[in-house]
Ligand binder design. Sequence first.
Ligand SMILES: [Zn+2]
Ligand SMILES: [Zn+2]
Length: 205
Amino acid sequence: MPLTEKPGNWSCIVDGKAVVDSGAILDLSCEMPLGDVVRYWGQDYTFRGPLSVRVLVSGDRTCLSVNLSLKGTAEVPCARCLEPALLDISGDFLYFYRPLPECSEGAEPAEGSEEDVVLVDSLETELDVSCQAWELLILTLPEKSLCSENCLGLCPWCGVNMNKVKCSCSSGQADPRFDVLAGLMKRERDHVPGKGGDSDGNSKK
Ligand SMILES: [Zn+2]
Ligand SMILES: [Zn+2]
């Protein structure tokens, strides 16, 4: 089954209490398994091995800054020739974890934009940052990829991969999309007025 949301076996636990108590920076690495293809942006991304996530956490009981860095390698069909294109996945993002305000009225506006802020019951507990890792992965996946900058794509007439095969279609031919138009014009010509209906004898579609 292709993955369209965070796999159930993903977890990356940050000990928020240890960071708050010590005041030190927590440096943590998690491996996120990716056994199935990730289906997103209308494409299937096949990962070669797990996604590595490095987490740097610092802060106090009012706010923890959580920096996530992703690294991985994936394959996705080239947008021009459909052969697998190799992708280096890397992304970096800073989230702010804040405790839910005890009283919502009069709460100070949170630091950073709304998307960067993750509200939790308490920071002094175990925080699973894998949802943010998944979110960051999806945002990092390119919507269009090429096997190479110079990919020639598929021949629009015969469909061969022009990186591998040299066909003789391209010289002096019109774009195949014009064939459709030519066909329509032919139909118009063949249609004899007065007979009614089309060539199949049907009077309505
Ligand atoms: Zn290509
Ligand atoms: Zn061709």
